[in-house]
Design a protein around this ligand. Structure first.
Ligand SMILES: Nc1ncnc2c1ncn2[C@@H]1O[C@H](COP(=O)(O)OP(=O)(O)OP(=O)(O)O)[C@@H](O)[C@H]1O
Length: 279
C-alpha cells in the first residue's frame, strides 16, 4: 500500500458533533448563596428535556445561564462548542434570537395589544419586511389555536391560558431553533394544562425544535419530553455529589435507584418533615 492509495483505508468516522448547548463545571451564586455548583450538562439539537426539582433548587437560574441572562461565577456555557462569554455582542444577540423564551408569568406588555406584543421582536430586530409582519403574526396566532379576534385585545383582557398561548406565539414569531419554557402550566386549570402541553409537544415535533421545560407538572414531563433532569438543592447535598440526581427517560423515574428521586416524583414529604424538625 502506498501513501496515495487512500481506498485501502477505512473511512474515518465523522467527528462527533458538539452538543447544541453545554454547561461545563458551572457554578452560579448570589452574594453568599451558591445555587448551582460544578454542574455539567450537554443537550443535543432536537432534544426535548424537562428540568424538575423542588422550589428554589435553581431550575430558573439554570435556564437563565443557558441564554446568558446570568453569568456563571465559575465554569462556562457553550453553544455549538463556542463559549458564550467569548461571543461578540452581535453574535450574542443573533444567538438569543434563535431562542424563544416563554416566561413563567408570560411577561407580555400590558400597554400593547396582542398584535403588538407578538410583532414586537420582529419589528425591533427587523426580521422581516414590514408588510410580512401582520401575516406572520396571524399565522402564529393560528398555530397556537387563538382566533384573530384577540389581536386587538390587551393581555389584561385575556384568560391565563390565552396569555400563555400569546406568549408562545410571540416566541414562535421569531422562528427560533430552541424553545425554553419556564413553568408553562403553572396556575392553569387541568384542561388548559393539557392544551398547553399538547401545544408544546406539537411545536416540538412539527418544527423539530430543541425544547427545554422547567416544570413542576409531571403530566408535562410525560407528554412533552423524552429526557428528564432532576436537580437537587446544593445546600442539602453532601460535598462532591452531582446536583443532577437523575438524567434519563421519564419512564425510568419511578424505578430510579436514588430514593430522593422517587420521593420527589411521588410527592412524599415525610423524611423532609423529619429533617426540618431536626434542624
Ligand atoms: N436575581 C437573584 N438574586 C438573588 N437570588 C436569586 C436571584 N435569582 C434566583 N435567586 C435565588 O436562587 C435560588 C434558586 O432560584 P430559582 O428561581 O432558580 O429556583 P427554582 O428552582 O426555579 O424555584 P421555583 O420552582 O420555586 O420557581 C433561590 O434561592 C432564589 O432566591
Amino acid at each position: 500500500m502506498t501513501a496515495t492509495d487512500s481506498s485501502a483505508w477505512p473511512e474515518a468516522p465523522p467527528p462527533p458533533s458538539a452538543p447544541l448547548v453545554e454547561l461545563r463545571h458551572v457554578t452560579a451564586a448570589f452574594e453568599n448563596q451558591v445555587v448551582l455548583q460544578d454542574v455539567n450538562l450537554a443537550i443535543q439539537a432536537g432534544e426535548s428535556v424537562a428540568i424538575i426539582g423542588e422550589s428554589g433548587c435553581g431550575k430558573s437560574v439554570l435556564l437563565k445561564l443557558l441564554v446568558g441572562l446570568l453569568a456563571p461565577v465559575e465554569g462556562e456555557v457553550l453553544w455549538d462548542g463556542r463559549p458564550l462569554h467569548r461571543l461578540r455582542r452581535e453574535e450574542l444577540i443573533r444567538l438569543r434570537l434563535q431562542v424563544g423564551f416563554v416566561f413563567q408569568q408570560s411577561a407580555l406588555f400590558d400597554s400593547l395589544t396582542v398584535l403588538e406584543n407578538i410583532a414586537l421582536g420582529l419589528r425591533v430586530h427587523r426580521l422581516c419586511a414590514p408588510e410580512e409582519i401582520v401575516p406572520r403574526v396571524r399565522q402564529r396566532l393560528h398555530d397556537v389555536g387563538l382566533s384573530e379576534q384577540v389581536l386587538s385585545k390587551r393581555p389584561a383582557e385575556l384568560s391565563g391560558g390565552m396569555r400563555k398561548r400569546v406568549a408562545i406565539a410571540r416566541a414562535l414569531a421569531l422562528d427560533p431553533q430552541v424553545m425554553l419554557y419556564d413553568e408553562p402550566t403553572t396556575g392553569l386549570d387541568p384542561i388548559m394544562t393539557d392544551v398547553i402541553n399538547r401545544l408544546i409537544a406539537q411545536t416540538h415535533q412539527r418544527r423539530r425544535l430543541t425544547t427545554l421545560i422547567v416544570t413542576h407538572e409531571m403530566r408535562t414531563v410525560f407528554s412533552c419530553t423524552q429526557r428528564v433532569l432532576l436537580l437537587y438543592p446544593r445546600s442539602r447535598l453532601p460535598p462532591g455529589q452531582s446536583q443532577i440526581l437523575y438524567d434519563g427517560s421519564p419512564e425510568g423515574l419511578r424505578q430510579a435507584a436514588d430514593g430522593r428521586v422517587r420521593q420527589f416524583i411521588e410527592g412524599r414529604a415525610d423524611p423532609r418533615l423529619l429533617e426540618e424538625a431536626e434542624e
